[in-house]
Design a protein around this ligand. Structure first.
Ligand code: PLP
Length: 393
């Protein structure tokens, strides 16, 4: 047998393990210091009541012979696909149930969708971004080129007609920068994709944080997108499903064979999301569920506001925070990302994520998240302001 040697081309990811090691060492050497973690990309608030109620009911159904369910449809139960359909309809996006595929989260589908594309496709990925886009393509032996996101373009790169790409990744709101494309900017990407006969893989995992009606939550709000885009979304950040696992992928029928091929792929390699989880997910889209998840999202957004206001006071450049749980800041005094990480940990006991872990253009930047508790966020920002108030920097 021959092994897939492409795995040797992956860069080792030491980002989160190095963060954990450094924090563990610091806390063992300084047991009296209170370290505040603002680096986590995971939610902390529990599932809402509507979800818990629906899942309890589903558990009871599974315990009774007359309502027990075995294998479900691989692409998801219609009750959930229709709930997703109605969710999109609220933003005037009309989808067919057959275009909606329920999954165990966005990460798996983002990786699995590559089964549908030939190896010789050129892949365009923004830098910095969620590292999964790059790694999944490297594993498959594809060539990856980068679209530079930087301060000049507000971390929102636009298409360059001289670059040839077949598969284009867009993440909006972006992880790690929190930057969000507006409709005009996304339209430029849609036009470019159509000209190039390329496909856009749109990651909408953070759409629930977009609170400006004029900003798109879905690429399908853009005219022509159904001809050239696949969208991935997840209930992970929307409703605290990071451990419960449920997401959905939209493959428009306008994409021709891709819709059929994805169905074939899923029915062959995937056996569906648990009934109990899908009932919980359905409840997210109910009136009660929507109200409850908004309270949680607003809690995180309040934290993001506290962080953003502190950075503004300190005169530090940042993006994100308004329509995203992430705040992406420029390290003060031209510090490098890891240098700033050490500085924060050693001096004010705050843990964040070095921007260099998300791509070359992340060097010199740093990601803070709003997923912590309000008390901790306030305390952390008090320390931050004392250390970096304009008089001191
Ligand atoms: N896409 C982005 C941009 C993410 O940041 C994450 C998780 O952090 C995911 C997808 C994965 O989401 P899921 O939990 O649905 O697999």
């Amino acid at each position: 047998m021959n092994i897939n040697e492409n795995y040797l081309n992956l860069e080792e990811s030491y980002l989160f393990s190095t963060v954990a090691k450094k924090v563990a060492q610091y806390t063992s050497e300084n047991p009296d210091k209170k370290v505040i973690r603002l680096g986590i990309g995971d939610v902390t608030l529990p599932l809402c009541n509507a979800v818990i109620g629906a899942m309890h009911k589903a558990v009871d159904e599974m315990g009774s012979q007359s309502t027990f369910r075995g294998y479900g449809p691989e692409q998801g139960y219609d009750f959930l696909r229709n709930a997703v359909k109605n969710y999109y309809l609220k933003r005037n996006v009309e989808l067919d149930t057959d275009e909606i595929f329920i999954s165990d989260g966005a990460k798996s589908d983002i990786g699995n969708i590559l089964d549908l594309f030939s190896k010789d496709n050129a892949v365009l990925v923004p830098d910095p971004v969620y590292p999964v886009y790059v790694d999944t393509n490297i594993m498959a032996g594809r060539k990856v080129i980068f679209a530079n996101a930087n301060e000049e373009n507000d971390f929102l790169p636009l298409p360059d007609k001289n670059t040839k790409a077949d598969i284009i990744y867009i993440c909006s709101p972006n992880n790690p920068t929190g930057a969000v494309y507006n409709k005009e900017q996304l339209k430029l990407w849609v036009n470019y994709a159509k000209e190039q006969n390329a496909i856009i893989l749109f990651d909408a995992a953070y759409e629930c944080f977009v609170s400006d009606e004029n900003l798109p939550k879905s690429i399908f709000e853009i005219e022509g997108a159904k001809d050239c885009a696949i969208e991935f979304c997840s209930l992970s950040k929307t409703a605290g499903f990071t451990g419960t696992r449920c997401g959905y992928t939209i493959v428009p029928k306008n994409l021709g064979r891709l819709n059929k091929f994805w169905l074939r792929r899923q029915t062959t390699k995937f056996n569906g999301v648990p009934y109990i989880v899908q009932r919980g997910a359905e409840a997210v889209f109910s009136e009660e569920g929507q109200k409850e998840i908004k309270e949680n999202i607003n809690y995180y957004k309040e934290n993001a506001k506290i962080i953003s206001e502190t950075l503004t006071k300190c005169g530090i450049y940042y993006t994100g925070g308004k329509h995203s749980p992430y705040i992406w800041l420029k390290c003060p005094n031209n510090m490098k990302s890891w240098e700033f990480f050490d500085y924060l940990l050693n001096n004010i006991q705050i843990v964040g994520t070095p921007g260099s872990g998300f791509g070359q253009n992340g060097e010199g930047y740093f990601r803070l998240t709003s997923f912590g508790s309000k008390e901790n966020t306030i305390e952390a920002m008090k320390r931050f302001e004392e250390a970096f108030s304009p008089a001191k920097v």
